[in-house]
Ligand binder design. Structure first.
Ligand code: KG4
Ligand code: ZN
Length: 365
């Protein structure tokens, strides 16, 4: 390979509570990850049971330079070798995004290389293409994270048409809120998943049929707020009913009874939440029969039942299902660098001036 064919892209991601940098090598339509450095802030936010924006942006400011240095060192790449910088620009916490976008601008300006603005939600789908051969396009894309639950038709990694999305809570948000209702420790989503898995292994039965939102007959949108409320009522009682416990305080005969009820509801929640996803994926495959693959991304793609049920659905429907390896389900910069490399290589790339690349708190349609 000639040096000209070897494009090295540095990706930078600071949209929420992970400070991340990665170097990928783009060559002839394939992307190889050379480094993927992530500094998680989970320990800083755990006592607040959620991400505190001011703490997050301060931590990004402290960690951004060391993490960029680490990504370059691990890839054995010097700053002068870089072809372009890709920055996660939207959506996210504005104070957090600004740290990564400002660092990216400073680097691109000082090195005289292009700066590529990358959408974090779309980049989640790229996580399952890194270091892999390409699946057949068109494909369906399913993003399931703490802030988003969306379905896309993908003509290519950079050509996405939105088919549907949540009309209220994102699935990860519903996991986190259900975990809080049930008194499960932070981080709620992974811990609820683990508890549901343990309960299933111990033979706990599903006694509550929690609602699976369908919406209109052909709708490809999602809704998770009813499921969350159903967990609240099932655990604490329906407010106003004489026999129910107070809405603020679930009462149980014993600690064992309480623990057992938590097991039952974790299991029932996990089944209903994942069924709501598979139902819409089935509908989308019916509506878009030309899609021969399903790409999945976002934090909730780490969920054990999501992985087994989507894999099963793919086998039943003869569709290739791609899910990221566990390390790439969470926020990372390799997915930003990878999608940035694709954008740079695409025929639509016209270059963006430094002032055109801006931090934006919300995603675009
Ligand atoms: O993609 P991500 O790291 O951040 C966003 O872009 O939102 O996703 C974080 C979300 C959180 O809501 C977290 O609880 C959820 O993903 N999550 C899970 C699991 N692992 C992470 N939810 C259910 N089961 C899991 N195993
Ligand atoms: Zn994310």
């Amino acid at each position: 390979m000639t040096d000209a064919a070897r494009k090295l892209i540095l990706g930078i991601e600071t949209s929420c509570d992970e400070t991340a940098a990665s170097v990928v090598e783009w060559s002839d339509g394939s992307v190889r990850t050379l480094s993927n450095a992530v500094a998680s802030q989970h320990e800083l936010h755990a006592e607040y049971k959620g991400v505190v924006p001011e703490i997050a942006s301060r931590a990004h400011a402290e960690r951004i330079t060391p993490i960029i240095r680490r990504a370059c060192d691990e890839a054995s790449v010097g700053l002068a070798d870089l072809t372009a910088i890709a920055a996660g620009v939207r959506p996210g916490l504005i104070g957090s995004l600004l740290v990564g976008v400002s660092a990216s601008k400073a680097l691109a300006w000082s090195l005289g290389v292009p700066l590529i603005g990358v959408d974090h939600v779309r980049a989640h789908l790229y996580a399952c293409l890194l270091d892999q051969p390409r699946p057949a396009f068109p494909a369906l894309g399913l993003v399931i994270s703490g802030g988003h639950t969306s379905l896309y038709r993908m003509g290519s990694p950079t050509d996405l048409t939105r088919l549907g999305g949540t009309i209220d809570d994102a699935i990860g948000e519903a996991y986190d809120k259900a975990a809080t209702i049930l008194g499960i420790d932070y981080p709620g989503g992974p811990n609820l998943d683990k508890r549901a898995q343990d309960a299933e292994a111990r033979g706990v039965a599903i006694v509550d049929e929690l609602p699976v939102s369908r919406l209109g007959r052909e709708s490809l949108d999602f809704s998770f707020s009813g499921l969350k409320t159903a967990v609240l009522y099932a655990f604490r009682g329906v407010p106003g009913r004489r026999e129910s416990a107070s809405a603020a305080d679930a009462t149980f005969e014993s600690d064992e009874a309480r623990e057992h009820r938590m097991d039952e509801l974790c299991l029932a929640f996990q089944h209903a939440a994942v069924r709501a996803l598979t139902l819409k994926v089935e509908r989308a495959l019916d509506a878009k029969p030309d899609c021969g693959a399903l790409l999945v991304g976002g934090g909730v793609s780490a969920n054990s039942r999501v992985r087994t049920e989507l894999a099963r659905l793919g086998e039943d429907r003869g569709v290739e299902v791609r899910m990221p390896p566990m390390a790439l389900c969470v926020d990372n910069a390799a997915m930003i660098a990878g999608l940035g490399a694709e954008q740079l290589a695409s025929s639509n790339w016209q270059g963006e001036s430094l002032s055109e690349v801006r931090a934006e708190p919300t995603t675009r349609a």
